[in-house]
Design a protein around this ligand. Structure first.
Ligand code: FCB
Length: 449
């Protein structure tokens, strides 16, 4: 980790933390909440590595006041949470459940009282099960249902949420949820999952229209990106790199920024109807960028159903998820976005970045996580370097405030600045929490830093 002082961030740079509903709330049957695809998926044997579910998670639904107090003491200016669609419309498309919305209403008010900007994601992968039963994101109607849900949510919260994020990582929903079957809903369609991309993007565009009617706040989408490192120097390796880059980094950004879909062999364009691309390209105010690591790619083996092979990258420290720790990838990515999209690129906020380590309290109850401090230090310096290069980056949200239920990995991966003992729900700030608190305090306008 660098010993040089952290360079100053511009005035108004937004420091935040991120979570998502299904990973922290628990209370999955409380107050009329409907069933989501993740409830169903977790009940299916063998899907979740430790056999757990999000039924209790961090019990945030009942402990949100304590969690807001943790954020206030951390000094963050913003909190990115997600709203559970099945709480708001239990069957996905019918009546609104006012009690479900009440929870977010209270949360938003508590955040504002604590001086923290509420940043609300409308969809972080928890599709109402009845919509999946009707075809899920493969079905065009899901886009319209999403926009209606957005409309009803904004009618209640639009006066107080400070930044709206329509979708979280639609690439992961498509690739892991419908392409490879490792996330809910567990379908394995490979490239036949393309309609999931289009219908999510269409839902995004329709939701932007619906939100604009109820809020003056900025609107974003949170895409995840991974700079591609081509291993090997054959033409086939380079073609594999281009194919992966197109799929991961361009498929969900080119159409948003008015370029239509990129060329990608295997994608069936017949689901794209007249006018859809204009809907998708409705202007957004901020591009949310989730960044964790770069991806190593080389030519696919003979007979592979995919046009690339993914290979581990050597030469980097690794997290408990075995992800390489590569801050240079974030710097490279931010420049790539600027160079690729130029004037069409809106201001960026890093809506997620973080790392999993096997953090446990010591004999004194303290949780030391020096690797997370080094991770954050390196990635924040990368953001600062990109700002120096002229990339307009306005904020960084750490994934995550709390250790939480990490999807198919269950409770086995700890990403929090705050340790959670799942047996007692006791929260213990880790040393990275203290480090970040001091960094934020030092970067406030008027400080000595
Ligand atoms: C991102 C997800 C988030 C969490 C982190 C580790 O892809 O958006 O919910 O799982 O990875």
């Amino acid at each position: 980790m660098s010993t040089a002082p952290m360079p100053e961030f511009p005035d108004g740079f937004r420091w935040g933390v991120s979570t998502s509903a299904h990973q922290i709330e628990g209370a999955t049957t409380a107050d009329g909440r409907g069933t989501s695809i993740w409830d169903t998926f977790a009940r299916s044997p063998g899907r979740i590595s430790d056999g757990s579910s999000g039924a209790v998670a961090c019990d945030h639904y009942h402990r949100h006041a304590e969690d807001v107090a943790l954020m206030a003491a951390l000094g963050v200016g913003a909190y990115r949470f997600s709203i559970a669609w099945p709480r708001v419309r239990p069957d996905g498309s019918g009546a609104t459940n006012a009690v479900g919305l009440d929870f977010y209403d209270r949360l938003v008010d508590d955040l504002l009282t604590a001086g923290i900007d509420p940043v609300a994601t409308l969809y972080h992968w928890d599709l109402p099960q009845p919509l999946e039963d009707a075809g899920g994101w493969l079905h065009r109607d899901t886009a319209a249902h999403f926009a209606e849900y957005a409309e009803r949510t904004a009618a209640r919260l639009g006066d107080r949420v400070r930044l709206w994020i329509t979708l979280n990582e639609p690439f992961i929903q498509m690739s892991l949820g419908y392409g490879m079957g490792v996330h809910a809903p567990g379908q394995m369609l490979l490239f036949d999952a393309f309609p999931v991309a289009h219908h999510q993007l269409l839902g995004h565009g329709l939701a932007v229209q619906a939100l604009r009617a109820h809020t003056a706040s900025p609107i974003a989408i949170a895409n995840n990106y991974s700079p591609v490192r081509v291993l090997g120097d054959s033409d086939a390796d380079r073609a594999a790199g281009t194919a992966y880059e197109t799929l991961h980094n361009r498929l969900f950004t080119d159409p948003l920024l008015g370029r239509g879909y990129p060329d990608l062999p295997g994608l069936d364009p017949t689901v794209v109807r007249a006018g859809d691309l204009d809907t998708i390209a409705a202007p957004i105010d901020v591009l949310g960028v989730n960044y964790y690591n770069p991806t190593g790619v080389r030519a696919a083996e003979e007979g592979s159903p995919l046009p690339f092979d993914l290979v581990p990258l050597d030469g980097y420290p690794r997290t408990a998820f075995d992800w390489p720790v590569a801050p240079d990838g974030l710097h490279e990515l931010l420049r790539w976005l600027r160079d690729t999209y130029g004037e069409a690129l809106p201001p960026i906020e890093i809506t997620e970045g973080g790392c999993a380590y096997d953090d446990e309290p010591d004999a004194h109850g303290q949780v030391a996580d020096p690797d997370r401090i080094a991770y954050l230090d390196g990635h924040l310096r990368a953001v600062r370097a990109a700002i120096d290069d002229g990339v307009d980056v306005r904020g960084y949200f750490v994934w995550s405030l709390l250790d939480n239920w990490e999807w198919a990995e269950g409770f086995t991966k700890r990403f929090g600045l705050v340790h959670v003992d799942y047996a007692t729900q006791r929260r213990t700030p880790k040393s990275s929490y203290t480090w970040l608190r001091d960094l934020i305090a030092g970067s406030a306008p008027g400080s000595a830093r």
